[in-house]
Design a protein around this ligand. Structure first.
Ligand code: ATP
Ligand code: MG
Ligand code: MG
Length: 376
């Protein structure tokens, strides 16, 4: 059997390793935190991501190397490509590590992004805010996640402070027009080295405090728009020459327009619903793609709502399990609990998720509100 190496040992790596182990692959993961979520289900090399000795060891032990986060150091990626097989290449990382490069690549693929402008000075910011109107969103070009590294500018008085604060990150800045979206959607596409492309059904995503709370599938939009969102993701996968997965986050406006928000070249939180609801999960699909296997059937088998379990939800989830099971039986839903083996249940930290399978998404949403686990 072959061994797959993963850069990064979080929950995405863990679920990748679980899916790939069922397919007969072995896994070795590089992560600095001892007993990382993925290290619990795979061999782990405990070292920093930019530790060259550790990267050599990972390359030596792996037949194929992939990653579960996009901020892989360019030198490390280049070294791994020389010493092992990295089917996703380094170009995709280079593009998606930087919001401006990413937007250029999306536009080159013929897909729309929210109007944006590179910002090099506070004067340029003033000028761009005048053009886009208030509110506008200032973002660092690199390193942002869960809404960190961005500032929604709501008045002219905030311009200076927003610029000063985000400039400290020492990366380029980009201003985006604020999109008054009707819904946020995402589509995950997979592409194999042979160029085969498959897309998963679009998810309707609801965020709380910039962190994903719910993914509702099928998205509550008409079928034509669902198809359009999937086609657009496929176009991006093709245009960027993706191998593996690409997650495409989208804004849908009241006028029925779709704009891309951002991309992630890896399994995505909004794709966790596929684990029980699709014939092939995003994790199995990723393994298939990077191993050059035919891609799996992405059909949805049942309506589903995925709800994230954050640090503050772990205790209520465990304490209210009996009531939750009773509610599931009464509502005719199956609530599949996934936990990632993280030791510290910190506030807002992603600890797990629940896939709620039901005859319709309304019943799944009813279960989530009845359990009292996700109160505000
Ligand atoms: P993550 O990588 O965790 O998804 P992030 O920090 O990279 O998050 P974005 O996805 O860019 O941040 O933005 C976070 C959320 O902020 C979006 O899901 C959306 O709700 C809101 N947002 C971002 N940009 C805009 C915009 N231009 N107009 C309106 N809302 C926006
Ligand atoms: Mg992001
Ligand atoms: Mg995002």
């Amino acid at each position: 059997g072959s061994t797959i190496g993963i850069l990064g040992g979080g929950q995405l790596g863990r679920m990748m390793a679980n899916a790939g182990s069922a397919m007969g692959y072995r896994f070795v993961v590089l992560d600095p935190t001892p007993d990382a979520p993925c290290g619990q289900v795979a061999d782990q090399i405990v070292a920093a991501y930019d530790d060259r000795e550790a990267a050599h060891e990972l390359a030596k032990r792996s037949d194929v190397i992939t990653y579960e986060f996009e901020n892989v150091d360019a030198d490390v990626a280049a070294m791994l490509m020389k010493e092992s097989y990295v089917p996703q290449g380094s170009e995709l990382l280079y593009t998606t590590q930087h919001r401006l490069r990413e937007k250029h690549a999306i536009e080159a693929a013929g897909v729309k992004v929210a109007p944006y402008s590179e910002i090099r000075s506070v004067e340029e910011l003033r000028e761009a805010v005048r053009r886009f109107g208030l509110p506008s969103v200032l973002k660092t070009a690199t390193g942002g996640y869960d809404g960190k590294g961005q500032w929604v500018i709501r008045s002219e008085a905030e311009i200076e402070e927003a610029y000063e604060t985000l400039s400290r990150a020492r990366t380029e800045l980009v201003l985006e027009q604020f999109i008054r979206f009707e819904k946020e959607l995402s589509v995950i596409a997979a592409r194999s080295p042979q160029g085969e492309i498959r897309t998963f059904p679009a998810a309707e995503n609801i965020h709380v405090d910039n962190i994903l709370h719910l993914s509702i599938v099928p998205a509550r939009i008409d079928v034509q728009l669902q198809r359009e969102a999937e086609e657009l993701a496929a176009r991006i996968a093709e245009g960027l020459g993706v191998v593996g997965l690409i997650a495409v986050e989208l804004f849908l406006t009241a006028g029925g327009e779709l704009f891309v928000n951002e991309l992630a070249p890896r399994p995505h939180n909004s794709g966790h619903y596929t684990m029980e609801a699709c014939r092939t999960s995003q994790f199995e699909q990723h393994v298939r793609a990077v191993c050059g296997l035919p891609l799996g059937d992405t059909s949805l088998m049942t309506p589903v709502v995925m709800v994230n379990v954050l640090g503050e939800h772990v205790e209520p989830l465990l304490a209210l399990m009996a009531e939750a099971d009773e509610a599931a039986q009464r509502l005719g839903v199956a609530a599949k609990v996934h936990l990632y083996g993280k030791h510290e249940a910190k506030h807002k930290r992603k600890m797990g998720h629940v896939n709620v399978l039901a005859a319709d998404t309304e019943a799944a949403l009813a279960w989530i509100s009845e359990t009292n686990i996700w109160k505000d």
